[in-house]
Write a protein that binds this ligand. Sequence first.
Ligand code: F0G
Length: 457
Amino acid sequence: MKTIIEPFKIKSVEPIRFTSKEERIKILKKAGCNPFLIHADDVLIDLLTDSGTSAMSAKQWAGIMEGDESYAGSRSFYRFEEIVKKITGLEFIIPTHQGRAAEKILFFNVGGAGKFIPNNTHFDTTRANIEFTGAEAVDLLNETGKKPEVKADFKGDMDVEKLEAFIKEKGAENIPLCMLTITNNSGGGQPVSMKNIREVKAVCKKYGIPFFLDACRFAENAYFIKKREKGYENKSVLQIAQEMFSYADGATMSAKKDALVNIGGFLAMNDPDLALKCRNLLIVTEGFPTYGGLAGRDLEAVAQGLEEVLDEHYLQYRIRSVEYLGEKLVAAGIPIIEPPGGHAIYLDAKRFLPDIPPEQFPGQSIVCQLYIEGGIRAVEIGSVMFGKYDKSGKLIPPPMELVRLAIPRRVYTQSHIDYVIEVIIEVFKNKNSMKGYKIIYEAPMLRHFTAKFEPIK
Ligand code: F0G
């Protein structure tokens, strides 16, 4: 088999700024050893997120000029609505400025104290929007999905037996909807199988509970189904996506991922009463229902991006480039969540730095070293992001200590990724000289964004 190449030529380029190791040590110190506080211009390869960081195509940029900025009834909205309906088959399509705005509108209407929302694993903003209403967000991921070293095809699947037991325990009347996040970002970007989607839907149907997809990375999930699930090898990704959505009563979407744009999202559903309530709230918080917090040009770019993301040459390159990074790291003995996910590689900091305990934030130590060694920005997903304190002030660590290397779509070439591999291997070789970190400032909520750290002497 020949090399899988980037399925595009580059028409417009953006320079990246080189810094020396000495400069980076100073920059990191000034940023309190927190990469969120580094200026992006001081980053060489930015793997902080795959969200809103895609490179748009010439046709998307042309769409930016074509966008119709009418306040009501914009042509760009109808183009956007048409493609979203074609993919999802859902009846009511409500544009929002990004994924969390769709979540806020949805959960404001269905959440509240005493309610429970199950998911395979809630993404942080989904959890936050649910909990903000007083409802409880519950993760029911299958057990294999929690084991970084175990390879399996669909580690994003929900545990269907647990779901049914949970519904019986809490009462269907207290569960306004059930979600599946495809792919499961917080669990390593792992896909959910069509079988699991079907089974979750069946349980929801039995108890009269609406079933929603968190569809940010639906095309990547559909491609994994094509490659890994029997019976789907000859179907198009569009057909697979259409089948996935055919089981759903609704969806939330951050277009900043699989719609290949820098801003945008939507909420979609079949229930006319809920859609009416959501549109009413949309008007208060986002805007009129035919633009929902976006410019007409943004809707145009989303519509075009949704067509491009279904191109199988694109998806083959996308999934392969992440897998390539994962394979090379595994070959060098570096511990990652296996198999590689769709949008990111997750280093397993517990096995990478077994001598640094969770209280000294091994993931943060790796994140800092990647920046110092190679100007690479990654993000800690472990005790810094999800750690809580008990009454005595002792850290309660989450189950995993991870570092996420998220790959922006269509932005970096294979040589950028080869460079990333070299830097990680270099850091891994020198891991015995790496230190733990302590927090010297933290905010009461979502501390990872603004916390400051110091290496422990
Ligand atoms: N759901 C999932 C699964 C996500 O990954 C995200 C965002 C959202 C919802 C919220 O969407 O950012 O448009 O409001 N994930 C980004 C990330 C931020 O880096 O993983 P948003």
